[in-house]
Design a protein around this ligand. Structure first.
Ligand code: ARG
Length: 474
């Protein structure tokens, strides 16, 4: 039965030498990665240019051929960027698509580009370059999210709100302190990226298929040309390793988890019941049936993105698990997970930054809620310990009685009379009322890392300085 060739290349001229039949259409479909790895075109061309330049420097390639190759690669780059390049499934992947086009453009000299190289080290270097650039971009984007949080932290260093445990009112904190908690989280995410970038900063190009090459290549030169710190040290590891992608995905999962927690809080806080924040119209949607509604869709989607991003990490961990050294075609399945996570995390960070920067803070609602739920009960207990010498456990008990009384009377602790308090413990004096306010409560929490406004301002200033140092370095 005659098969209709699906593309302009009917047999693979890159490896077709020992083959007499062309691949089955299904084989071609499962084998091809060009549908997604065309994303690596710029890295592939950069890698090839560095390789060709090095080959010429080493006298492995004539200067004339190298010149033709470099020129041809530049032409291909502009063809792809102009959307004029015709990608072919029969040519499997980005590497062979580029090389085939190069031979159309410059003839047989194109066939010399693959000297001392394999698609195994080629894909490893392309993908590393791509992941490294993404990691750097995301580091920058998280910096902008941190800036937006610092803006709120500075303005709201003394804005009281309830602090929660179990989502039950626990103790008053400041909104600035709450913002700074996320600054800490996103700063750790960035340092995870920095660590990962540092580890992936080694160039696998020149490991060739798996064992290195007999040609006198200069791996330090290609590493340097491609912006890597140094070449990788073991050729087998070079073509087998996908840790750099896994680390990126692990970072993405943790970061998405942080974003989802913040998104969840924004969803809760923007309900009419809480009313702590008002999302800007630019980051909300309406309901097609209920005219009063303003939905925090962006926050909900950020919360949801964690699902696919965690899935991507598990997908690649599972692909890599149990793979023998060195390259196996399984590893072609490394890319889509990373592309998907990168795209969605980038969007989530951008949406969070936009939401945070544009939301309005309802300080009155925060303050009202901060004082409810007997949030200053711990302050009363602490006062009893400090001023009357009661052991904390007893002070806790006395305070519990005070809370029960206030609850029965339907008032706050600060509204109980001195004689009512003295009935619970004779050593209580009028001075106790000095600590029974949410403002006094937060102001008193000056322990290192505590919520006192002075601390929050100091922490915000610290991170501002770190951010300024970064931009000076750039
Ligand atoms: N498309 C392949 C990938 O993404 C490139 C490497 C192919 N190497 C091979 N020996 N077949 O993994």
């Amino acid at each position: 039965m005659a098969r209709k060739p699906s593309t302009r290349h009917s047999s693979n001229k890159m490896w077709g030498g020992r083959f007499s039949d062309r691949p089955d259409a299904v084989m071609e479909a499962i084998n091809a990665s060009i549908g997604f790895d065309q994303k690596l075109y710029a890295q592939d061309i950069a890698g090839s240019k560095a390789h060709a330049t090095m080959l010429a420097e080493q006298g492995i390639l004539s200067k004339g051929d190298a010149k033709a190759i470099l020129k041809g690669l530049d032409t291909i780059l502009s063809e792809i960027e102009a959307g004029k390049f015709q990608f072919s499934t029969a040519l499997e992947d980005i590497h062979m698509n580029v090389e085939a086009r190069l031979s159309e453009l410059i003839g047989p000299a194109a066939g010399r580009l693959h000297t001392a190289r394999s698609r195994n080290d080629q894909v490893a270097v392309d993908f590393r370059l791509w992941v490294k650039a993404q990691a750097e971009a995301m580091h920058g984007e998280l910096g902008r999210l941190i800036d937006a949080l610092l803006d709120h932290a500075e303005i709201h260093a003394a804005t009281v709100m309830p602090g929660f445990t179990h989502l039950q009112t626990a103790q008053p904190v400041t909104f600035g302190h709450h913002c700074m908690a996320y600054v800490e989280m996103f700063a750790r995410d960035r340092s995870r990226l920095t660590d990962a970038i540092n580890r992936m900063d080694e160039c696998p190009l020149g490991a060739a298929a798996l064992a290195g090459t007999g040609f006198a290549i200069d791996r330090k030169a290609t590493a340097k040309a491609l912006g890597f710190r140094e070449p990788t040290r073991n050729s087998l590891d070079s073509v087998s390793d996908r840790d750099f992608a896994l680390e990126f995905l692990a970072f993405a999962s943790i970061c998405a988890t942080h974003l989802s927690r913040m998104a969840e809080e924004l969803v809760i806080w923007s309900t009419p019941q809480f009313n702590f924040v008002r999302m800007s119209d630019r980051f909300s949607t309406g309901s097609s049936i209920m005219p009063q509604k303003k939905n925090p869709d962006a926050a909900e989607l950020i919360r949801a993105k964690t699902g696919r991003i965690n899935g991507d990490l598990v997908a690649l961990l599972t692909v890599m698990k149990g793979l023998p050294l060195t390259y196996s075609k399984d590893m072609q399945e490394d890319k889509e997970a990373v592309f998907d996570s990168a795209e969605n995390l980038e969007l989530a960070i951008a949406a969070m930054t936009g939401m945070v920067a544009s939301m309005n803070i309802n300080t009155d609602a925060m303050k009202l809620a901060a004082g409810s739920g007997f949030s200053i009960a711990t302050d009363l207990a602490d006062w009893l310990v400090r001023e009357t010498g009661l052991p904390f456990r007893e002070a806790h008990h006395v305070t519990g009685k005070a809370v029960a009384l206030a609850e029965k009377k339907g008032c706050g602790l600060e509204n109980l009379s001195l004689s009512e308090l003295q009935k619970l413990n004779g050593r209580i004096t009028a001075a106790v009322f000095d600590v029974l306010s949410v403002e006094k409560s937060v102001a008193s929490r000056k322990s290192y890392g505590g919520t006192a406004p002075a601390n929050v301002k100091r922490q915000a200033a610290y991170w501002r300085k770190q951010r300024a140092k970064e931009s000076n370095r750039r």
